[in-house]
Design a protein around this ligand. Structure first.
Ligand SMILES: C[S@@+](CC[C@H](N)C(=O)[O-])C[C@H]1O[C@@H](n2cnc3c(N)ncnc32)[C@H](O)[C@@H]1O
Length: 470
């Protein structure tokens, strides 16, 4: 059979889409999802197979550069899956994010776009993360530059991030702009030591090698936690590596390792060994302190999390008589913010370890007016629960991307609570839920808070009031 003929098209990028894609329109009106374009660009694309009935295109050449383009600051931009919007000016990123929120609110929730305020920019657009997870691999991703060069390429080992769409290939990261130092120094030291001492990097297909993943967590006050996951239980090699790391970075707060011989990379279900230092690092949000262990969930952009929670508190309008529910409460950050102002706060969360952390966090902050429950909100929030815990004045929800379970929407609507504050990481499901609550609740206002610059990730906060109470 002959080779398929390559088909090229010229499209104008008219909008952004999810996961670093953009929307390209041909003169005929035909639409393509294009990897890497910026609204305003005119580009040439190689036509790929349709996905879910939508045309796909690989950008091969920019014919006209959009005025919204900027130069990416990271040398790994072409290869790495993170920060896909670095070539898109920050104010335009914000505008695009807000536009997709406005569109969801209009189309799905059938509410007025006038209720949506200006987006709140991130105060830092680099070095804002407090946690990164790197992967070791004996299969390094060959960069575009290397592939295009005439030189012989040594595939070699890598310590870095997954190449999107290639689960066994890792982009070797030498400098990442997401987390403050000493992250880059630690990662590069470990890679260098491992290569010099012949330690094997993991091969995910053959399931061989020693070094598997590396997690680095940093605190605002300079505390650092390192968690090294190894595939094989080769204690001598592991301990020699960690001793060398500690000698190079004597101020590390906490060094763990874990043996992970499972089929997946998660270490949440494995026993960790505290090799040196403290079991926790400390982090603060506003005047609240949090104790973070190697398995604790925590907002990864702590400075902007403060803004997000302050906005949620502003919308909630809590006073000293208020009873507040925090549904999907995680480690209780929102609940603890609310508890400083409210009479009583109740949190519900399905992960028992998160609730254990929430209780510790309440205790180290001397907060006593809060009760945390382990359970799925849809199976917990019912008439009996309201009776036992008191009718809330405000319900704050911060569900996962799937949004609220329909039984939760029904339970909230039936409760007749006067105000709902909806924190969301997915404008589509938030708009769906606001629409479903629409018979009983009016959307009063909504704002986008940018937690993750250079990505399409969106976080929003909405205030909904019971009809007839405004
Ligand atoms: C977006 S996070 C909210 C985190 C929390 N507000 C915070 O800032 O720490 C969503 C949380 O919902 C929890 N979760 C997911 N499904 C749930 C369910 N059906 N019932 C209760 N909690 C759930 C997740 O474990 C996660 O902690």
């Amino acid at each position: 059979m002959g080779k398929k003929r390559k088909v090229y098209k010229t499209v104008t990028i008219v909008d952004i889409a999810d996961k670093g894609l953009s929307v390209g329109r041909e003169e005929s009106g035909e639409i393509y999802m294009v990897d890497g374009g910026v609204p305003g660009d005119v580009v040439r694309i190689l036509k790929k197979r349709n996905r879910k009935g939508v045309g796909q295109g690989l950008l091969t050449e920019v014919l006209e550069y959009s005025p919204h383009r900027t130069t990416p600051f990271c040398t790994h931009f072409e290869d790495c899956g993170g920060c896909k919007w670095q070539h898109y000016k920050y104010e335009e990123q914000l505008r695009s994010k807000n536009k997709s929120v406005i569109s969801a609110i209009q189309r799905i929730a059938k509410c007025s776009p006038d209720l949506i305020g200006d987006p709140i920019p991130a105060p830092e657009t680099t070095f804002f993360r407090n946690k990164l997870e790197y992967t070791f691999s004996d299969k390094r991703w060959i960069t575009k530059e290397e592939a295009e060069s005439e030189k012989d390429i040594n595939p070699g080992a890598a310590l870095g991030f997954h190449r999107p769409g290639a689960f066994d290939k890792i982009v070797d990261i030498t400098y990442c702009h997401l987390q403050p130092e000493p992250t880059n120094l630690i990662r590069n030291f470990i890679r260098k030591y491992a290569l010099e001492h012949g330690l094997e990097f993991f091969n995910v297909r053959k399931r061989t090698g020693l070094l598997r993943t590396l997690m680095i967590r940093t605190g605002k006050e300079g505390q650092v936690m390192v968690v090294l996951a190894c595939f094989k239980d080769d204690r001598e090699d592991i301990e020699n590596l960690l001793d060398a790391l500690i000698a190079e970075f004597p101020n590390l707060t906490s060094v763990y390792y874990v043996i992970n011989s499972k089929g997946n990379d998660t270490i949440l279900d494995l026993p960790l060994v505290l090799y040196r230092g403290e079991p926790f690092i400390e982090e603060s949000l506003d005047d609240l302190n949090f104790r973070l262990g190697p398995k604790s969930f925590f907002q990864t952009n702590p400075r902007q999390a403060e803004t997000l929670y302050e906005l949620a508190m502003d919308y909630a309008g809590i006073d000293e008589n208020s009873v507040v529910y925090d549904l999907y409460c995680g480690i209780g950050s929102i609940a603890l913010y609310a508890a400083k102002k409210a009479r009583h706060v109740v949190g519900i969360e399905s992960v028992p370890e998160a609730i254990a952390d929430a209780r510790v966090n309440a205790s180290i902050n001397d907060i006593e007016n809060v009760n945390f429950y382990v359970g799925e909100v849809e199976n917990t929030l019912n008439a009996g629960f309201f009776k036992d815990n008191g009718m809330p004045d405000v319900i704050i929800v911060d569900p996962p991307r799937a949004g609220l379970h329909k039984d939760v929407v029904a339970a909230i609507a039936d409760s007749g609570v006067k105000r709902v504050v909806y924190v969301s990481c997915n404008p589509a499901t938030q708009a769906r839920d606001i629409g479903m609550l629409g018979d009983r609740y009016d959307l009063i206002k909504l704002r986008t808070v940018d937690m993750f610059p250079h990505t399409s990730h969106i976080e929003t906060v909405a205030q909904l009031d019971l009809k007839g109470t405004v």
